[in-house]
Ligand binder design. Structure first.
Ligand SMILES: N=c1c2ncn([C@@H]3O[C@H](COP(=O)(O)OP(=O)(O)OP(=O)(O)O)[C@@H](O)[C@H]3O)c2ncn1[C@@H]1O[C@H](COP(=O)(O)O)[C@@H](O)[C@H]1O
Length: 99
């Protein structure tokens, strides 16, 4: 369990980050990064997915919790990329807190 390979997070983050400089027609990530509402659209999605995750937990539906949590994490990755925050920034902060 503790040795779970989380490289998919890096892979998806790299794809998202690449969309900033190499926009692709029909890309959902580009539609968020270039939205007329700016960062507010991404924040709306993060808030929406956080609420959907909470509701799934309340329903005690494991598959739904995993699905909504994946949506939440994905939208957080988009938020980090939009703000030029790397996963290394997050990892460093987590390492500092480790007891
Ligand atoms: N991991 C994801 C991922 N998870 C969820 N989603 C999208 O996030 C959206 C979830 O929002 P909702 O459930 O609210 O669905 P919605 O009603 O369509 O959304 P809105 O109209 O409210 O914006 C859906 O459109 C999903 O398709 C994702 N879209 C993309 N990725 C990854 O991002 C990469 C780049 O995607 P594109 O930029 O689209 O090529 C892909 O290769 C994937 O690896």
């Amino acid at each position: 369990m503790s040795n779970t390979d989380l490289s998919i997070l890096n892979e998806v983050y790299d794809i998202i980050y690449d969309r900033k400089s190499n926009p692709i027609e029909g890309s959902y990530v580009c539609s968020l990064l270039n939205h007329r509402k700016g960062i507010n659209k991404i924040l709306e999605k993060v808030g929406e997915e956080a609420i959907e995750t909470i509701l799934a937990v309340k329903e005690k539906e494991k598959d739904q919790i995993v699905c909504e949590s994946s949506d939440l994490i994905f939208h957080m990755l988009v938020m980090f990329a939009a703000l030029d925050i790397s996963l290394e920034d997050i990892a460093q902060e987590m390492r500092k807190r480790r007891k």
